[in-house]
Design a protein around this ligand. Structure first.
Ligand code: PEP
Ligand code: MN
Length: 338
C-alpha cells in the first residue's frame, strides 16, 4: 500500500508517521522522496490495517493499493527511475551504459587485451565469467579465483568496473573485492538462497531473466534481493526459450518497455545470449536501444573461433567498435547518449 503525502509535509513528520505506522501495524514503512510527490510505501501484511486509521492522518493526501506482488521493485513505490551506481558509472540515466567483454576469462593476456580494446571503443563496463555455469559438466567451467585476479588487474589497468557471475551464495566473500557488480545468470534467477544472500550486501546486482521465466517472476526475484535491503538491482532481458530454432533464444524486445513501465529499476539487454549468433548482435543491439534499454551487455572476444565458450555469438573488437558508432546514432535519435 502507498500513502501519498500532501506537498509541504516536513521530513520530521514523514519520519514520525513512518515509524508510527511500522510499529502499530507491524509492516515496513519506507518514505520515498520523488520529484513529483513524497510517498510512504508499506510492505508486509497490510490487509488487516483499517484504512480509516490511515485516512485520518492529516498529512495523508490519498491511499493507493498496490495489487502487484512486487512492491519495492514497483514503479508505483518509486515513480522516478532508480539510478544504480557501479563504481563511477551511473546506470539508469539518459546515458546508455555499454558493458562488453568475453563470455569467460580465459587467460590474463586475453582479458587484458579485450578490456583495453572495448574501453578504447567506448564501453564503460567490463564483463567476464570466472565461474561458468555450463550445460555440460565436461565443458570449460571457468578459471574461478584465478579469473577474478585477472579481472581485477584489467579493472586497475583500464578503470572499467567489472561484472562477473556468481553461481553460489558461498562465493560472495571470495568475489566481493574483485567485482564491482555481481551477475546472477539466467540459470540462477530463481536460486532463492543466492538472491537472499545478495540482499544482505550493498554491491549492485545484474539480474538476468531466466529463459523460461515471466516478467513478473523476474520482478519477484528482484524483490527477493530488495527485500533484504539491497536496492541496487539492474534487470537484464537475455532472450527466452520459444519454439523458434533459428536463434539460440528469442529476444523478448517488448520486455524492455513492459519492465520500464512496471518498475523503476534500470533495464539491460544482452543481445549475445539472446541470439547466439554474432551476425545478429548488431540488429538486436540497435533494437534494444530503440526500445529504451538503459544498457547492453555484449560478448566480445579477441579470437571468437577459438573461444572456450560462446565463440559463435562473440564479436571481434573491430566489429564491436563499428557497432558502438551505430549504437550512438540510434541513441541520439531517441534523445539519449552513449
Ligand atoms: C553469461 O552472461 O555468460 C551467461 C551465462 O548468461 P545467461 O545467464 O544469460 O545465459
Ligand atoms: Mn556467454
Amino acid at each position: 500500500m502507498i500513502l501519498v503525502l500532501k506537498t509541504g509535509t516536513t521530513e520530521e513528520r514523514i519520519s514520525e508517521i513512518s515509524s508510527l505506522i511500522a510499529k502499530k501495524f507491524d509492516v515496513s514503512a519506507q518514505p520515498i522522496f520523488g520529484s513529483e510527490a513524497t510517498i510512504i510505501g508499506l510492505v508486509g501484511d497490510t490487509s488487516l490495517i483499517p484504512l480509516e486509521e490511515l485516512e485520518v492522518i492529516p498529512e495523508v493526501d490519498k491511499l493507493l493499493k498496490v495489487q502487484e506482488p512486487f512492491k519495492r521493485a514497483n514503479r508505483k513505490f518509486h515513480p522516478d527511475n532508480t539510478i544504480v551506481e557501479v563504481g563511477e558509472v551511473k546506470v539508469g540515466t539518459d546515458k546508455i551504459v555499454i558493458c562488453a567483454g568475453p563470455c569467460a576469462v580465459e587467460s590474463e593476456s586475453q582479458i587484458m587485451s579485450i578490456a583495453e580494446s572495448v574501453s578504447g571503443s567506448g564501453a564503460v563496463m567490463l564483463r567476464g565469467g570466472a565461474f561458468k555455469p555450463r550445460t555440460s559438466p565436461y565443458s570449460f567451467q571457468g578459471l574461478k579465483a584465478e579469473g577474478l585476479l585477472y579481472l581485477k588487474k584489467a579493472n586497475k589497468e583500464t578503470g572499467l568496473p567489472v561484472v562477473s557471475e556468481i553461481t553460489n551464495p558461498l562465493q560472495v566473500d571470495l568475489m566481493m573485492d574483485f567485482v564491482d557488480i555481481f551477475q546472477v545468470g539466467a540459470r540462477n534467477m530463481q536460486n532463492f538462497e543466492l538472491l537472499k544472500e545478495l540482499g544482505t550486501i550493498r554491491k549492485p546486482i545484474l539480474l538476468k531473466r531466466g529463459f523460461s521465466n515471466s516478467i513478473q517472476e523476474l520482478l519477484m526475484s528482484a524483490e527477493y534481493i530488495m527485500s533484504g535491503g539491497n536496492e541496487n538491482v539492474i534487470l537484464c532481458e537475455r532472450g527466452i526459450r520459444t519454439f523458434e530454432t533459428s536463434t539460440r533464444n528469442t529476444l523478448d524486445i517488448s520486455a524492455v518497455p513492459v519492465l520500464k513501465s512496471l518498475t523503476h529499476l534500470p533495464v539491460f539487454v544482452d543481445p549475445s545470449h539472446a541470439s547466439g549468433l554474432a551476425s545478429l548482435v548488431e540488429p538486436l543491439s540497435l533494437a534494444a536501444i530503440a526500445a529504451g534499454a538503459d544498457g547492453l551487455e555484449i560478448e566480445v572476444h579477441n579470437d571468437p573461433a577459438n573461444a572456450m565458450s560462446d565463440g559463435m555469438q562473440s564479436l571481434t573488437p573491430d566489429v564491436f567498435s563499428a557497432l558502438m558508432k551505430k549504437m550512438r546514432t540510434v541513441a541520439e535519435a531517441i534523445g539519449r547518449t552513449i
